[in-house]
Design a protein around this ligand. Sequence first.
Ligand code: SF4
Length: 239
Amino acid sequence: MPRKVPSAGESRLALVRRARRINRILAETYPDAHCELDFGSPLELLVATILSAQCTDKRVNMVTPVLFAKYRTADDYAAADREELEEIIRSTGFYRAKANSIIGMAQALCERHGGEVPGRLADLVELPGVGRKTANVVLGNAFGVPGITVDTHFQRLVRRFGWTTETDPVKIEHEVGDLFPKAEWTMLSHRLIWHGRRICHARRPACGACPAASLCPSYGTGPTDPAEAAKLVKPGPFS
Ligand code: SF4
């Protein structure tokens, strides 16, 4: 039976050690963890990440082959017929706002960056429709620059693990980032997102089937009975 780990009173050193042990367990559990959005260039990843807001990666991946075949450069998006673009991306939801973001982002790329996606956080977050989360996805996965992606899964899991009590995404990013070497940030983000999608669900996490259970202070949030928990596990893939 996994031990319930109290996080109250845990020293900083113990927290860092526990966090890194959890990261190692998740690395063994999800050796193939990666960005589940399909892309072939920084621009494609930027567009796919904008489309992924309030939408599954799987749905985005159904839309992007047609989109990427039609619009190949920032110039193409900047000059896009809005209605045509909206029609292609409609099934991802919030398609009007997303079309605005994509066209505005592409126009800014053409005006400020010669049509290329910049590889710096400060430049990326200045683009219309691009927040810190999107910028870190692009940096980590298209440029190899370590970045922490604080999405809904990441936020839920780091609080359940007792790594932070913050609710503000930027504060979470910094607090969690301080627990790990920078080189781990991108893969850590993928592993947590994979674990959140497959086992540590928002409602009814599969605690009885969780490889990190012995290190998790939230063990027991979901069913601990192995047979019951096993039924809750979603094997993926999600793309
Ligand atoms: S599934 Fe349960 S034990 Fe595993 S990380 Fe989530 S809350 Fe903790």
